[in-house]
Design a protein around this ligand. Structure first.
Ligand SMILES: C[C@](O)(CO)[C@H](O)COP(=O)(O)OP(=O)(O)OC[C@H]1O[C@@H](n2ccc(N)nc2=O)[C@H](O)[C@@H]1O
Ligand SMILES: Nc1ncnc2c1ncn2[C@@H]1O[C@H](COP(=O)(O)OP(=O)(O)OP(=O)(O)O)[C@@H](O)[C@H]1O
Length: 281
C-alpha cells in the first residue's frame, strides 16, 4: 500500500480582536486569518490497528495529545470504522508558536482519513468535526483569507491576499494558547477589523500593514520584551508592518520588497535562530 501525502499549512492572524469570555471558558474573537506557504508534510499509511506517530521534531507529541491522534479517534468514533494509521510528520512549522502547526496537522488528518476510508464527508462537515478538536482547525481546512468569529469556527471567506512577502521570526519560546488568552485585558476598546478587511478588498498592502492588530500582543510582550525587539528590528529594516501572530511568540513582518526582507533577515540573526521567509497563499 502506498502513502497518502498531505501538505499541512500554517496561518498568521492579520488581526485578532478578543471580545469576551464565554461561560464554557472559550473567548469570542473577531480575527482575519491568512494561510501561509510554510508547511509540514504528513505521510499517511494504513495499518491494521492503532496509531503510530513519528516526527523529525522531538517537540511533537507522539501520544493521544497530538491533534493527529485526536482526529483519527474522532473519525473512528463517527464512522464506526476501526482501522489503524501510521503517520509521519515532517515538521517545519515551529511548535507552540502561534502559527496553528498542531491544528493544521489535525485538519490534514481529517482530510486524509476522509479519503483513505472513503467517508465522503464534505469540507463543511470536516470543519464541524474539527471545531471540537481545536478552534483553529476549521480555518486550517478552509485556507485562504477569512474572517473568523465565534471561537474561530464561524468563517467568512475574504478576497484572497496572496503572494505577499512575509518574514517570520520566532524567539524560541513556547507559549501555551490557554495561557495567552488568560493574560488578555478584556475591555470596550475594539480593533478596527472592518478597516483591515477594506484594505484587503482594495488590495492596498500599505493599508493592511498599518491596520494589523492583536489583543494578545501587549500582555505577552510585557513578559517577553524580545518580541518587541523583533518587531522594531523588522520596522527599522523596511517592513511595512509587523505583529505577533495569534498566541505568539512568532512575529511576522509584511514587505513590499524582497530585498528589504532579506536585509531584515540579516539584522535578526543576532536576536533569533528561527527566521523563516514565506508568502501568503
Ligand atoms: C489564538 C488562535 O490561534 C487565534 O487564531 C486561536 O484562537 C487558538 O486556537 P487553538 O489553538 O485551536 O485553540 P484550542 O486548542 O481550541 O484551545 C486551547 C485553549 O485556548 C483557549 N481558547 C481558544 C480559542 C478561543 N477562541 N478562546 C479560548 O479561550 C481555551 O483556554 C482553550 O482551552
Ligand atoms: N501535530 C502537532 N504538532 C505540533 N504540536 C502539537 C501537535 N499536536 C498537538 N500538539 C501540541 O500542541 C501544542 C501547541 O502547538 P501548536 O504548534 O499547535 O501551537 P500554535 O501554533 O500556537 O497553535 P495555535 O495557533 O492553533 O494556537 C504543542 O505544545 C504540542 O504539545
Amino acid at each position: 500500500m502506498g502513502e497518502l501525502i498531505i501538505e499541512s499549512y500554517g496561518k498568521i492572524n492579520l488581526t485578532l480582536d478578543i471580545l469576551h469570555k464565554r461561560k464554557d471558558g472559550y473567548h469570542e474573537i473577531n480575527s482575519v486569518m491568512q494561510r501561509i506557504d510554510l508547511k509540514d508534510t504528513l505521510a499517511f499509511k494504513e495499518i491494521d490497528k492503532g496509531i503510530i506517530i513519528e516526527s523529525n521534531n522531538p517537540q511533537v507529541p507522539k501520544d493521544s495529545t497530538n491533534l493527529v491522534y485526536k482526529a483519527w479517534e474522532k473519525l473512528k468514533q463517527i464512522s464506526g470504522i476501526d482501522r489503524g494509521i501510521h503517520v509521519k510528520i515532517d515538521k517545519r512549522i515551529p511548535v507552540a508558536a502561534g502559527l496553528a502547526g498542531g491544528s493544521s496537522n489535525g485538519a490534514a488528518t481529517l482530510q486524509a482519513i476522509n479519503q483513505l476510508w472513503n467517508l465522503k464527508l464534505s469540507d463543511i462537515e470536516l470543519m464541524k468535526i474539527g471545531k471540537d478538536l481545536g478552534a483553529d482547525i476549521p480555518f486550517c481546512i478552509m485556507g485562504g483569507t477569512a474572517l473568523a468569529q465565534g471561537i474561530g469556527e464561524k468563517l467568512i471567506k475574504l478576497k484572497p491576499f496572496t503572494g505577499k512577502h512575509i518574514l517570520l521570526c520566532n524567539p524560541g519560546i513556547e507559549i501555551s494558547t490557554a495561557y495567552a488568552y488568560s493574560k488578555v485585558q478584556l475591555g470596550e476598546e475594539r480593533l478596527d477589523v472592518d478597516k483591515l478587511i477594506s484594505c484587503i478588498e482594495r488590495e492596498d498592502l500599505h493599508c493592511v500593514a498599518e491596520n494589523l492588530g492583536n489583543k494578545m500582543e501587549t500582555p505577552i510582550i510585557q513578559e517577553y520584551p524580545i518580541i518587541d525587539k523583533i518587531k522594531s528590528t523588522m520596522i527599522e529594516s523596511g517592513a511595512l508592518g509587523a505583529l505577533m501572530s495569534g498566541s505568539g511568540p512568532t512575529v511576522f513582518g509584511i514587505y513590499d520588497d524582497e530585498e528589504k526582507l532579506l536585509f531584515t533577515k540579516d539584522k535578526l540573526k543576532d536576536i533569533s535562530k528561527i527566521i523563516i521567509p514565506c508568502k501568503t497563499i
